[in-house]
Design a protein. Structure first.
Lengths: 125, 125
């Protein structure tokens, strides 16, 4: 339990975007059964879904497309989208995007598709 | 379940700050067992706590002081603080502040202090 505030810009400055098509995530808070995570991303991730978890994407900087099976959700700074559990989605970003995520602690970045892009343990900063 | 994105500025434009020392809140999303709420606030609220709910305050515009019993948390745009369950807090804003809240659906705005400033039903926009 932290009784310190979080400055988003400061936290984003503390980790780097590493490689395309992978997620770089850090945990920056716990609220109820959820983590607050920051993510830097560029490229095209993989189609996946989370069976039991809704996932909130709030864009802090840049643009993100969340491709769903029937439409694209185009997000820019100051916009959020909640991917409901069970809904397949594919994150796409042409340029590096900074995202705040709120999702249950049980959430794997690749959801139901466990493979070489799965990051089971996310570092706290 | 909404499959639409939320633009924070658009949503904040859809309701007004009404009077000092009261909370004006709207529900703009559901994520797991939580609501995402937007709040416009100015003045001094009341000391209260939430017995079973952590409460995330992310500042979208302006400044907010969260007074705790042992220190003040000073928040500005781009900063958040999570008030853990059971921690007494008093929100204070000299000027109107716009806040994004993430908190369990069961959360009352006045927590354990039910009175004339309690708003049991929050409108969705």
């Amino acid at each position: 339990m932290s009784l310190e505030k979080v400055n988003l810009a400061d936290k984003f400055a503390r980790f780097d975007f590493v490689k395309e098509n992978a997620t770089q995530q850090r945990i920056v808070g716990e609220v109820n059964d959820c983590y607050v995570k920051l993510s830097k991303f560029k490229g095209e991730f993989i189609w996946h879904q989370h069976e039991n978890e809704d996932e909130l994407f709030l864009i802090i900087k840049g643009k993100l497309t969340l491709r769903l099976r029937d439409k694209d959700i185009e997000l820019k700074e100051g916009e959020f989208f909640i991917v409901p559990r069970g809904v397949e989605h594919l994150p796409i970003a042409e340029e590096e995007v900074h995202i705040l995520l709120v999702e249950p602690k049980s959430t794997l970045n690749t959801g139901n598709i466990v493979g070489d892009r799965t990051v089971p343990v996310v570092e706290r900063i």
